[in-house]
Design a protein around this ligand. Structure first.
Ligand code: IPD
Ligand code: CA
Ligand code: CA
Length: 259
């Protein structure tokens, strides 16, 4: 897995350079996938580069990427790729976005490698199962905050507005009133990495996709945190929700989510 992790780190940095070249550039174009969901030509450029590089190096592996690239295969390993997480920030010139790459084992039903790269701040978050989590090669750990009223949290709201009962408004209200504060910074992958390195004490979000969560979820676990679904059961990337915390506040967050 270490070899795959190193490769994922190298290509995420190259994709980061591609994204920076189009950031706040006049040549970057926006199109609407749905009324509240945009994509830029740079999302596609980044995805094209990543998928080509992976196919060249690991032709037997499967790939599922957000902008439609998909390689099916009998291989145990699937690469979940978000070529640009936080497109909305990127398209509005807000310097907060990343590339997220998670490598999932079908037989173990677990994410084995997670790499998230934020090119603006040059922060590379990386983990392989059993190897701990790192930021730019320095080990990272979750926070030690022990109660929800001292906790600094993050969340996000679904792009798809069709499912009103999953809009996260009630959960947001409840947790806003009990916690020390909540941020909505616009990148699920970075919300998870910030939880992994103790900047946030916890993060939750409904209606996410495997490419949003896979990498960051492993990075949180390897940093000593806890990652589950809303009912406390085991996280899997294909189930569209996540609660990730430092472990100490996990039960309390679950309780407030359920009320
Ligand atoms: C989005 C971001 C955002 C989250 C949305 C995602 P995208 O990803 O991660 O933080 O709230 O649900 O769709 O579309 O910018 O890759
Ligand atoms: Ca995303
Ligand atoms: Ca994306």
């Amino acid at each position: 897995m270490k070899e795959i992790q190193r490769f994922a780190e190298v290509i995420s940095k190259k994709a980061g350079a591609i994204l920076l070249s189009g950031f706040r550039a006049k040549s970057t174009t926006i199109t609407y996938k749905r009324i509240t969901d945009i994509v830029t030509n740079m999302d596609r450029k980044s995805e094209e580069y990543l998928c080509e590089a992976i196919q060249k190096r690991f032709p037997e592996h499967a790939i599922v990427a957000e902008e439609g690239s998909s390689i099916e295969s009998a291989s145990d390993l699937v690469w979940y790729i978000d070529p640009l997480d936080a497109t909305n920030n990127y398209a509005h010139g807000i310097p907060f976005f990343c590339i997220s790459i998670g490598i999932f084992s079908k037989s173990l039903q677990k994410v084995m490698v997670g790499v998230v790269y934020d090119p603006v701040h040059d922060e590379l978050f990386s983990a392989y199962r059993g190897g701990g989590a790192h930021i730019n090669s320095t080990p990272i750990h979750v926070s030690k905050t022990g109660s929800l009223n001292r906790a600094f949290l993050a969340t996000g709201f679904p792009v798809n507005r069709d499912n009103a009962c999953r809009d996260n408004i009630e959960e947001f209200s409840r947790l806003a009133l009990i916690s020390m504060g909540i941020r909505r910074i616009g990148s699920a992958a970075l919300d998870l990495c910030y939880t992994a390195c103790g900047r946030f004490d916890g993060y939750w979000e409904p209606e996410l996709q495997p490419w949003d969560m896979a990498a960051g979820a492993l990075i949180v676990e390897e940093a000593g945190g806890m990652v589950t679904r809303y009912d406390g059961s085991a996280f899997i990337p294909s189930f569209p929700e996540i609660i990730a915390t430092n472990g100490k506040i996990h039960e309390e967050v679950l309780r407030y989510m359920r009320r």
